[in-house]
Design a protein around this ligand. Structure first.
Ligand SMILES: *Cc1c(COP(=O)(O)O)cnc(C)c1O
Length: 418
């Protein structure tokens, strides 16, 4: 990564403190703490300073001329000029994200959806077509099949895991394949080598929303994907208190995205960037706990007589168990399951829970639970909802970092109550 705010080199992701790792191996706790940050900072501050400014000044006109030449001839000048084009606190976040994903660069934007929409708007032109795998984030589907049509951009929804259908959907005007892994809520996992092989055969780009994996569990760029997207609102910030998103990848794709951001202005505020930087420091510890709780909770629920079915990639019953075992360090903190009964019984179960609160998000320190048919999918017609596999008794449990045994005890008492 380029160094913008200090003359010292950033702490390299592959510092001697770390054991050798294979190319696809995920980021670790040393990365989470130090990656992308400079060892020494202005005012000798240990933490990354929050540079709360919209404007950067020039001492002399000669400095301004130098800067302008830098901007014309180099894509990344050594200093900032105006807040919409860059901020040192945000740059530190971007540098950390790039190191964590093993990317040449990362761009932080105002939300996960801002990352999805900016990427699709950048890469697609009128008359072009792309393929989206199903069981994806609902707003991504809405944008792809609704909004983009206005600009003459066509989208085919392909069934997740059906690689023959993905390849069959490719047309001469197809430009990219967009997918997620693991997916929401059924935690489907991509067979990355298969998807990347199809894309390369047809000269297509691959974009993967890796929000549910985090760079602690998986680094898709090392598996051949061209761009990785995150909602930083979830695991990466980790505290359910800020919204942001990011796109990471090669310079030839991220540089035009950065230029587009200067036009669109979908920015992360410096204070928000600081909170996310702070959140990422504990990413490895949080996700490790969420991985452990996710697996323990999934096993507990799977053997419970009042639970009909559980979706968790590290259960042998999951359709993508083998892929998950081969690619993921852990399967994360989201467990989806159906209560054996109707929506009324599922709602009684949710209301009996003492630890998770009812809410739409995931990945933070607090456990959250949602009956998906009435949260996220409430605007979808019941028959369309069923076609997506979202039954009224489907519950999505998003584990925080509470004690695993407390979470299981809570689930047990709520199941006993129904
Ligand atoms: C939450 C989420 C998004 C959208 O992120 P926001 O920060 O809410 O805009 C996109 N993709 C996935 C997989 C998500 O979970």
């Amino acid at each position: 990564m380029q160094n913008h705010s200090s003359t010292d080199a950033p702490v390299a992701a592959s510092s001697p403190m770390e054991p050798a790792r294979s190319a696809a191996s995920p980021a670790n706790s040393t990365h989470a703490v130090h990656a992308g940050e400079h060892r020494f900072r202005s005012h000798n501050s240990l933490t990354v300073p929050v540079v709360q400014t919209a404007v950067y000044t020039f001492e002399t006109t000669a400095d301004l001329v130098n800067y302008t030449e830098d901007r014309l001839f180099w894509s990344e000048p050594e200093r900032e000029e105006y807040g919409r084009y860059g901020n040192p606190t945000v740059r530190a976040l971007e540098a950390k994200l790039a190191e964590l994903e093993g990317a040449q660069d990362a761009i932080a934007v105002s939300s996960g959806m801002a990352a999805v929409t900016a990427t699709l708007l950048l890469l697609l032109q009128p008359g072009q077509h792309f393929i989206l795998t199903d069981n994806c984030y609902h707003s991504t589907l809405e944008f792809s099949r609704g909004f983009l049509q206005r600009y003459g951009i066509a989208c085919t929804l392909a069934p997740f895991g059906d690689y023959a259908a993905i390849e069959a959907a490719i047309r001469p005007e197809t430009r990219l394949i967009f997918s997620e892994s693991p997916t929401n809520p059924f935690m489907r996992c991509l067979d990355f080598p298969r998807l990347v092989a199809i894309a390369r055969r047809h000269d297509l780009l691959t974009v993967v929303d890796s929000t549910f994996a985090t760079p602690y569990n998986l680094r898709p760029l090392h598996l051949g994907v061209d761009l990785v997207i995150h909602s930083l609102t979830k695991y990466l910030s980790g505290h359910n208190d800020v919204m942001a998103g990011a796109v990471a990848g090669r310079h030839d794709l991220t540089t035009p995205l950065r230029q587009m951001q200067g036009l669109f202005g979908n920015l992360v505020a410096p204070q928000t960037a600081y909170l996310i930087l702070r959140g990422i420091k504990t990413l490895a510890l949080r996700v490790e706990r969420q991985n452990a709780s996710g697996l323990a909770v999934a096993r507990f629920l799977e053997q419970h007589p009042k639970v009909r079915r559980v979706w968790y990639p590290f259960l042998a019953s999951h359709p993508d168990y083998a892929i998950a075992q081969a690619t993921l360090r852990g399967a994360g903190g989201v467990v989806s399951f159906e209560i054996d009964g109707d929506s009324e019984r599922a709602h009684r179960f949710i209301d009996a829970l003492q630890i998770p609160t009812i809410g739409p998000s995931l990945g933070g320190v607090e456990s959250m639970v949602s009956p998906l048919a009435v949260m996220g999918y409430a605007s979808v017609a019941p028959e369309d909802r069923l076609a997506l596999g979202i039954r009224d008794e489907l519950v999505r449990l998003c584990l925080g970092i509470e004690e695993t045994s407390d979470l299981i005890a809570d689930l047990a008492q709520a199941l006993d109550a129904i």
